[in-house]
Design a protein around this ligand. Structure first.
Ligand SMILES: *[C@@H]1O[C@H](CO)[C@@H](O)[C@H](O)[C@H]1NC(C)=O
Ligand SMILES: *[C@@H]1O[C@H](CO)[C@@H](O)[C@H](O)[C@H]1NC(C)=O
Ligand SMILES: *[C@@H]1O[C@H](CO)[C@@H](O)[C@H](O)[C@H]1NC(C)=O
Ligand SMILES: *[C@@H]1O[C@H](CO)[C@@H](O)[C@H](O)[C@H]1NC(C)=O
Ligand SMILES: *[C@@H]1O[C@H](CO)[C@@H](O)[C@H](O)[C@H]1NC(C)=O
Ligand SMILES: *[C@@H]1O[C@H](CO)[C@@H](O)[C@H](O)[C@H]1NC(C)=O
Length: 416
């Protein structure tokens, strides 16, 4: 977490200037000074090392997050401009893919990809996004995962191998499987796709516009985990935010650009509040996988049977059927920069099957990470306590997964 006013690099201080680490011997009270900062908004980009955390639907699977807090941020940088600046990405508005509405292309399919669905707004689907009358937004916190990415390295290997095996085994490619005869698996791994980069720019634009009353004269505080796709997501978010601010005549242009204030490690052993790996009992639970496996065994066989009938010589396991469904999402968001071309993998399945797939993903998240897992709620405890600490200008009161020091790598450079 960003500290405000640390003079002595040996002192570990919280965002709010209080001594956060009970073990630290720092005694100088910077509390009074820190109270001058009012936290108006927070943006947190978080990522998790292995499995997705199901908080936000913006991107793909697991990775890390970034947090942004508005107003609390003074002018200097904690994290120097990350090594490479993101290249400018033009935002090309499309009828089915816009900043406001999100991704509405092929929605009968693309909105049924579970956590693989690109962000889409429900505002036109009857879920109002307006602020209730007589209410004013005075604080905003965004908890976001990264933008759309390629499959993880391990999944990428499995997908590629499956496709090659199908090509080796099949003696014919009938019907909707015809494209598989020449399909060449060329997807990258782990990184954001171009589409995913644009999503994050759009997210920054949308954040700026939606909370304009705050963003035009407050610089958000931003926190990110250290996986490259999450840090990149933060940079693109900032790019969208700053571009919007630049275009807003009413904005305070004397303010510094937003920057990623804190990067928290996802390494094993690091106390990262937003990383579920810090709780061994939680990690040991296989409930989400068990439930998913059971449901997969209900839905996959009929799909396998149909696809195999078009691919004589091929035998698909339950998991392999799901891999082919995954490929619909990944191929779509990887092939073009605006995901305007639906993948041929998608047509292998019916709309009803996409609903089953969507449910399968929800089961995995609900029983793996959410309220369906007895330890699911513990995942949010540290995060909430950390937020309370910031808002009350007190040290973190928490013995779970909270990083008590919450200091940035370059502690000596924390902003005043
Ligand atoms: C598949 O794509 C790779 C990378 O673009 C290329 O080198 C290779 O020649 C392609 N293979 C086929 C069979 O088209
Ligand atoms: C601030 O952000 C704007 C918009 O992205 C950019 O043009 C400008 O170069 C940035 N300024 C600094 C000092 O980085
Ligand atoms: C807290 O996070 C910072 C920033 O990543 C790191 O340097 C520090 O070691 C962490 N502290 C603990 C106790 O994990
Ligand atoms: C993480 O926190 C625990 C409990 O406070 C502590 O024992 C451990 O040393 C911390 N790990 C790091 C890397 O600081
Ligand atoms: C999965 O199915 C098996 C066999 O029906 C059952 O014994 C087990 O309890 C199920 N597991 C879960 C987590 O539902
Ligand atoms: C391909 O054939 C091999 C050898 O018979 C078999 O082990 C494998 O399961 C098959 N894979 C697919 C996807 O058909």
């Amino acid at each position: 977490m960003a500290g405000y006013g640390t003079r002595d690099p040996r002192e570990e201080e919280s965002l709010l200037g209080n001594d956060v680490d009970p073990r630290s011997s720092g005694t100088s009270s910077l509390a009074a000074k820190s109270r001058r900062w009012t936290i108006l908004s927070i943006v947190a980009l978080l990522g998790v090392a292995s499995v997705a955390a199901g908080y936000v639907v913006t991107g793909y699977e697991p990775s890390r997050d970034v947090t942004v807090i508005d107003r609390a941020r003074p002018d200097s940088e904690v994290v120097s401009a990350p090594s490479s600046k993101p290249h400018k990405i033009p935002i090309l508005p499309r009828a089915c893919n816009s900043v406001d509405g999100g991704y509405q292309c092929f929605s009968e399919i693309s909105h049924r990809w579970g956590q693989y669905s690109p962000y889409f707004s429900l505002a036109d689907a009857g879920v109002s996004n307006t602020v209730p009358e007589k209410c004013d937004v005075t604080f905003v916190q965004v908890l976001s995962r990264h933008g759309a990415r390629y499959p993880t390295a391990s999944k990428s290997k499995k997908y590629k191998s499956l496709i090659q095996t199908i090509q080796a085994n099949a003696t014919a490619f009938n019907g909707k499987t015809a494209f598989l005869r020449t399909y060449n698996y060329t997807l990258g791994s782990d990184d954001l796709t171009t589409f995913g980069e644009r999503q994050m720019v759009s997210s920054g634009v949308k954040f700026y516009q939606r909370y304009e009353a705050l963003t035009r004269d407050h610089v958000p505080f931003i926190r990110s985990s250290d996986s490259s796709r999450v840090v990149e997501s933060g940079r693109f978010f900032i790019q969208g935010l700053q571009q919007s601010k630049l275009q807003d005549r009413a904005a305070d242009h004397s303010q510094a650009n937003a920057t990623i204030n804190v990067v928290i490690s996802e390494d094993t052993g690091a106390n990262n509040t937003l990383n579920h790996n810090t709780c061994p009992a939680f990690e040991a639970s296989t409930l989400g996988d068990d439930v998913s496996e059971n449901y997969t065994s209900i839905i996959a066989p009929s799909m396998a049977k149909r696809i195999q009938s078009d691919l004589p010589g091929v035998t698909l396991s339950n998991d392999e059927v799901i891999y082919l469904m995954d490929m619909c999402a990944y191929d779509t968001i990887s092939t073009t920069a605006d995901a305007s071309q639906v993948s041929s993998f998608c047509a292998l399945f019916t709309e009803a099957e996409w609903s089953q797939y969507n449910y399968l993903q929800s089961l995995g998240k609900y029983y793996g990470y959410g309220a369906g897992n007895p330890l699911g709620p513990t995942q949010g405890v540290g995060f909430v306590n950390e937020l309370i600490a910031r808002m009350t200008h007190t040290a973190v009161q928490d013995d779970t997964t909270t990083n008590h020091t919450l200091d940035a790598p370059r502690r000596g450079h924390v902003p005043r």
